[in-house]
Write a protein that binds this ligand. Structure first.
Ligand code: NIG
Ligand code: FE
Length: 399
């Protein structure tokens, strides 16, 4: 199947910056871009041709850090937090991640899929074409695999690329209370081997209320041994140098990073580890410690932005809203924010076939009704009314 989009302003995100091509044309065959450039050099369109009316086209957006698959609701605990209880206090009292774990364990794979679909649809409607989904609310071998299978099956349901991540070391399940090393052994010896084929990467929560750097190191080592990529929740609530640890394992990304320092930034730069910033969690936690964006810039650490969609710290399903928050809260430029959900987000997932608009890459495109690309980060949410092309197929087109 051949399709051509003409009369578009392209923000290809290739090279440094937006990579703008005025009066641009994109052609795709069988889901792959065959031409992206000015009209002057475009081949004659043979298949269906769409006039974009001068609108902007960007690469499909990539949400590279989510906990989209989960059951239950944490709005009651949020109300407690508003009344003064801390995230740590709630976690230590059996709430937090463990409360979502209970709900998720009690929910079938089919029901997890049904509950996750509306969340996925909200993201897709605003231009997401690739999404990462973590497990981490099952915390038994069977329940973690159930979550990964649910995440993988969303792939077929909506013809969207789902990258899956095993987050078995997310929290200590109550049945292992006082025996964290036994639980880490379950993760390294049983969960990681069992997740082979179902997970693209392995992640862990390196934190005082999660796992120590030493325990985290065992998880990441087992992942590498199994041939899986690694990512890490690091430096969210305290400085443990989890980001440096992740980098020492060649991690694709270290995520959150409010408490990261220059040593972490240098280690990440040397390893090519992407800094995934999660402004939704920063906002929802009323965090005041800003991630060291200037250090990441100074050391050329690529910065990605994601929703962190999860019931405890970032209950959002809007990636454009995260662009706004990244600019307002973290002082990213609109261009940096857009790179954070396209070219750098692809890198945070180790995906080399997407993230920019270029010949030979996947035809994942979004056509926006905006005056300038900065408008994508300017609006505080709202209906983006965009056209979305996933793998060359038109999934929606604005009126
Ligand atoms: O990315 N920090 C750990 N994991 C999630 C929160 C999970 C939860 O509270 O349910 C996060 O913020
Ligand atoms: Fe997270």
């Amino acid at each position: 199947m051949e399709r051509t989009w003409t009369n578009a302003r392209l923000a290809t995100m290739a090279g440094n910056g937006l990579g703008v091509i005025e009066d641009g044309v994109v052609a795709a065959r069988d889901g792959v871009i065959t031409y992206a450039g000015p009209r002057a050099g475009a081949p004659v369109a043979t298949g269906e041709s769409v006039d974009c009316g001068g609108r902007w086209i960007t690469p499909g957006l990539i949400d590279c850090h989510t906990h989209l698959v989960h059951a239950g609701d944490r709005s009651g605990e949020w109300a407690m937090r508003l009344a003064g209880a801390s995230y740590e206090e709630i976690a230590r009292a059996g709430g937090g991640i463990v409360s979502t774990m209970r709900a998720t364990r009690a929910t079938s794979e089919a029901d997890l899929v049904a509950i996750a679909l509306p969340r996925l649809d909200a993201l897709l409607a605003e231009g997401v074409t690739t999404i990462e989904i973590k497990s981490g609310y099952g915390l038994t071998v069977a329940d973690e695999l159930k979550m990964l299978r649910a995440a993988r099956s969303l792939d077929d349901q909506r013809r969207v690329r789902v990258a899956t991540t095993l987050l078995g070391a997310h929290a200590l399940p109550p049945e292992y209370a006082g025996r964290p090393d036994d639980y880490v052994a379950l993760v390294t010896e049983e969960m990681i081997p069992a997740a082979n084929g179902l997970a693209d990467a392995v992640d862990a929560f390196c934190e005082g209320i999660g796992f120590s750097p030493e325990q985290t190191g065992r998880v990441l080592a087992a992942a590498r041994q199994a041939g899986l990529s690694v990512k890490l929740h690091a430096e969210q609530l305290s400085a443990l140098h989890g980001a440096s640890l992740a980098a020492s394992f060649g991690a694709l990304s270290a995520d959150h990073l409010e408490y990261a320092d220059e040593a972490d930034a240098k280690a990440m730069a040397a390893a090519g580890t992407v800094a995934v910033l999660l402004p939704g969690a920063f906002y929802f936690m009323r965090e005041t410690k800003l991630p060291p964006v200037d250090l990441f810039r100074a050391h050329h650490v690529p910065i990605a932005i994601a929703t962190d969609c999860n019931p405890g710290t970032s209950p959002t399903t809007s990636l454009p809203l995260m662009l706004n928050m990244a600019c307002i809260l973290f002082r990213l430029s609109p261009e940096e924010a857009l790179a954070g959900v396209t070219v750098h987000a692809a890198r945070a997932l180790g995906l080399t076939d997407r993230g920019i608009i270029a010949t030979g890459l996947r035809a994942d495109l979004v056509c926006w009704k905006i005056a300038e690309p900065a408008e994508l980060a300017y609006r505080i949410g709202g209906d983006m009314n965009c056209g979305v092309v996933r793998g060359g197929r038109v999934a929606q087109w604005p009126s």
